[in-house]
Design a protein around this ligand. Sequence first.
Ligand code: SAM
Length: 188
Amino acid sequence: MGKKFDPDDAARLESPERAASMPPERTLRRLGVRRGMTFADVGAGTGFFTLAAADLVGPEGRVYALDVEERMLAKLRAKGPPPWVETALCGEGRLPLPDGTADFAFSCFVFHEAADPEGFLREMGRVAKRRAPVVVLEWAKRRQPEGPPFAERIHHHELERMVLCAGLAFRRLEFFNPSQYAVWAFRR
Ligand SMILES: C[S@@+](CC[C@H](N)C(=O)[O-])C[C@H]1O[C@@H](n2cnc3c(N)ncnc32)[C@H](O)[C@@H]1O
């Protein structure tokens, strides 16, 4: 699998172009993130989606921002997230949450960096409540200047296959645009 995102490049995650093409709050609302939910953002990075999720779930909800890279979480904390956001360092395919915690388990542009892709998905499923959405956003397997190199990208068919290998049920595939897609899964 691909190499890890360089924390020195974090500004790329916050670019106005990205916010325009993938407005985080609108994206999450459309995916079904609602007030009071417990949301797990796996590979949260600098919090592009974490902070939008916090606004959507509100103080009755909870957001867990998990990442293997402490420097990314430090940048997120520096933004002053509200108290219902908890940041935590995680391991590769080891999330510091009990089984069945999340109403929504989410990950954006992380899967292609996972050292153990199947373990990564299995763990997302474990921390999600039964039948709760497990949603993995990724870059389409195509050549383009933005995003990770072609060789590191995962074809959606491959991600769908891995979802099944990880013991999850596949729900659906959604293309946001020609470059970015989401695979929806859930734990039975
Ligand atoms: C390209 S950034 C995306 C950050 C954020 N999800 C976003 O959309 O802005 C990828 C992030 O995933 C983290 N990461 C990589 N492998 C991971 C893993 N196995 N578990 C959790 N986080 C991981 C990296 O440290 C980095 O912060």
